[in-house]
Write a protein that binds this ligand. Structure first.
Ligand code: GDP
Ligand code: GDP
Length: 450
């Protein structure tokens, strides 16, 4: 580690997979407030990646030294006019993608019909549920909270998300029902299986691909401890290694979201991508690249994950289609020219062996680290060949730079002023020409000297 690396500690992003807790409840019961309290608002102070406009759905949290992921199922608004959230559907999605559910009710209101509907789903799911009676701001209200025993979900935890009252005991109970995380990854070589999210529109062939990859040999099911419900993730061996596929329940069952609100499909996709290291975007090569595909690509870029694009159903592609597809790729995939692309036929298994090399390249690019010396040498040459244009009589200079993290590669530039967006893109292009960074978004942060 150089002095510089020490001065600017980075997050290597290589923590192992951790259990997932979904927070469910009606609007206004205090879910977001509670999520903020659980994560200690850490996420809120993390610098935003450029172009991030949406709220996040999942957050890293720790309690008593144990790490878990919190998914805020109600906190994600995909579009302005979107929804009338159907809370029962929300709960269904939540239970299917989480290891445990934190069900939040408003103790000052008591149980409503909406709450009852959720309770039914939770009971049926057999996933562990922790009941939080929120807005129990004082002792007097605790009586109300304890009346929630009759929901049959076990002990209600009277809490006040706003003031922090009771949340410690509640989190202890949460940890007690979450499965133990597998040992943390120590180094890449000896680390756990890579985490892959297979994403794409309905009917492009995701489950066909998954089944083909799993092959005849029985899939190792990675079930949440003590539950009999669908696995959230599966360990699948192919190409001589084990891989962890994120949220295979969502792929295999196609839940109700294919026919239901697109919101749930998006929520599910976003959560899978956030939990993965690399996303495989499956496209139906016979069909035009759609806005939905572009949106998924956008998610992958914003979340800083490695990406492989798989054009499936290649058996249906004739010469004419090929011609138009090439045009669409040029037009729609310019933002991710760096992503490895493979053509395959999931149905027959044709070219399926190309997936592993593509995944390896993408993950390698994602974890590439350039030393501070090499990076500054590169910057020096770049600036000499192509200095920043003069703006209003001034010419911002790059003083110094460093790669502050891998996975995804993030660079920080110390400058005398703001850089043109075009110049930042130029730097990124040159970085890729020189160092590869195949299959990964690159982020460049500019810190102008005051
Ligand atoms: P969500 O829609 O379930 O995410 O709910 P929010 O977190 O946005 O909270 C809804 C409202 O309840 C906000 O005005 C919060 O300030 C308020 N609230 C949240 N937690 C508490 C609490 O513990 N006590 C009280 N009195 N109000 C709370
Ligand atoms: P998912 O909704 O993305 O999981 O898609 P499925 O795997 O369920 O596939 C949707 C449909 O496409 C099914 O009828 C599959 O048989 C078909 N399909 C999947 N892969 C291929 C392929 O490579 N070629 C052709 N011709 N059809 C495929």
């Amino acid at each position: 580690m150089s002095e510089y690396d020490e001065a600017y500690p980075h997050d290597d992003g290589d923590t192992g997979p951790v259990p997932v807790l979904a927070v469910v409840g009606r609007p206004n019961v205090g879910k977001s407030t509670l999520v903020n309290r659980i994560i200690g608002r850490r996420e809120a102070v993390v610098e935003d990646r450029p172009g991030v406009t949406r709220d996040r759905v999942s957050y890293d949290a720790t309690w008593n030294g144990r790490a878990f992921t919190v998914v805020d199922t109600g906190g994600w608004i995909p579009d302005a006019e979107g929804l009338a959230l159907n809370i029962a559907q929300q709960a269904e999605v939540a239970v299917s993608l989480a290891d445990a559910v934190l069900f939040v009710v408003d103790a000052t209101v008591g149980i409503t019909d909406d709450d009852e509907a959720v309770v039914k789903i939770l009971r049926k799911s057999k996933k562990p549920v922790i009941l939080a009676a929120n807005k129990t701001d004082n002792m007097a209200l605790e009586i109300e909270a304890y009346s929630l025993w009759n929901l049959g979900l076990g002990e209600p935890f009277p809490i006040s998300a706003a003031h922090g009252r009771g949340t410690g005991d509640m989190l202890d109970a949460v940890l007690a029902v979450l499965p133990e995380p597998p040992p943390q990854r120590e180094g890449k070589e000896i680390g756990g299986p890579r985490r892959i999210a297979i994403v794409g529109r309905p009917n492009v062939g995701k489950s066909s691909l998954l089944n083909k990859l799993a092959g005849e040999t029985r899939v190792v099911v990675d079930n949440a401890a003590g539950t009999t419900v669908d696995p959230v993730d599966e360990l699948i061996e192919f190409g001589g290694r084990e891989w962890r596929f994120i949220d295979t329940a969502g792929i295999r069952k196609r839940v109700k979201e294919a026919s239901g609100h697109e919101y749930y499909a998006s929520l599910r996709t976003a959560t899978a991508i956030e939990r993965a290291e690399v996303a495989v975007l499956v496209l139906d090569a016979e069909q035009s690249i759609a806005e939905q595909d572009v949106r998924i690509i956008q998610m992958v870029r914003e979340m800083g994950k490695a990406l492989v694009i798989a054009f499936n159903k290649w058996d249906l592609v004739d010469e004419e289609r090929r011609y138009y597809l090439d045009r669409e790729i040029e037009r729609e995939l310019v933002q991710v020219q760096w992503a490895p692309r493979i053509n395959l036929t999931a149905r027959t298994g044709w070219h399926i062996d190309r997936l592993v090399p593509a995944l390896d390249r993408a993950l390698e690019g994602w974890e590439t680290r350039i030393s501070t010396g090499t990076f500054n040498g590169f910057l020096g040459r770049l600036v000499q060949e192509h200095p920043h244009p003069v703006r209003g009589g001034k010419q911002p200079r790059i003083l110094f730079g460093s790669q502050v993290s891998v996975a995804h590669p993030t660079f920080k530039l110390f400058t005398t002023g703001k850089l043109d967006a075009g110049y930042e893109r130029f730097i990124e292009r040159r970085l890729r020409e020189e160092f590869g960074f195949v299959g990964t978004p690159i982020e460049i942060k500019v810190q102008p000297r005051e």
